[in-house]
Design a protein around this ligand. Structure first.
Ligand code: 5GP
Length: 132
């Protein structure tokens, strides 16, 4: 079954893209815990992150590092927290979340309600830093 994230990869449903290469895509989470909350996925459909091929998994971490470095230049924060849950979407993904305190990465907390314009602006700003 095609996952919602594969549909994003194919451009069948919209997303606010941050970065992409042959193997990976980063885009803003639609229900963010913080401004700049980003998901990094492998383009290849794999449900469970620990079922990923070793090299693909290692490469995703390196790709995530580049994205995290760009996010932290745009969104003021102490650091970028990373989390892997995968309880909702069966397509491996890493959450990159700007955090200042423990509660900022509490997935049980209400999500932010950001408008399309604000998401687009955040994504554009991070993309701009990625391209530097
Ligand atoms: P998890 O599978 O890690 O428990 O959660 C999946 C994450 O994907 C959630 O944070 C949710 O907001 C995000 N998400 C689910 N569907 C979409 C979508 O269609 N677009 C985007 N950008 N994010 C999504």
């Amino acid at each position: 079954m095609t996952t919602i994230f594969s549909k994003i990869v194919k451009g069948e449903i919209p997303s606010h893209k941050i970065a992409e290469d042959e193997d990976y895509l980063a885009f803003l989470d639609i229900n963010p815990l913080a401004r700049g909350h980003t998901l990094v996925i492998p383009k290849k459909e794999v449900d469970y992150i620990f079922d990923m091929d070793d090299n693909l998994l290692a490469g995703m971490q390196v790709f995530s590092k580049r994205v995290a470095k760009a996010i932290e230049r745009v969104i003021p924060c102490k650091r970028i927290g990373i989390a892997v849950l995968g309880l909702e979407v069966p397509h491996a993904h890493i959450h990159l979340i700007p955090i200042n305190r423990l509660e900022d990465i509490n997935f049980g907390r209400p999500k932010l309600r950001l408008g399309e314009d604000e998401l687009a602006e955040i994504a554009a700003n991070i993309r701009q830093v990625m391209e530097q």
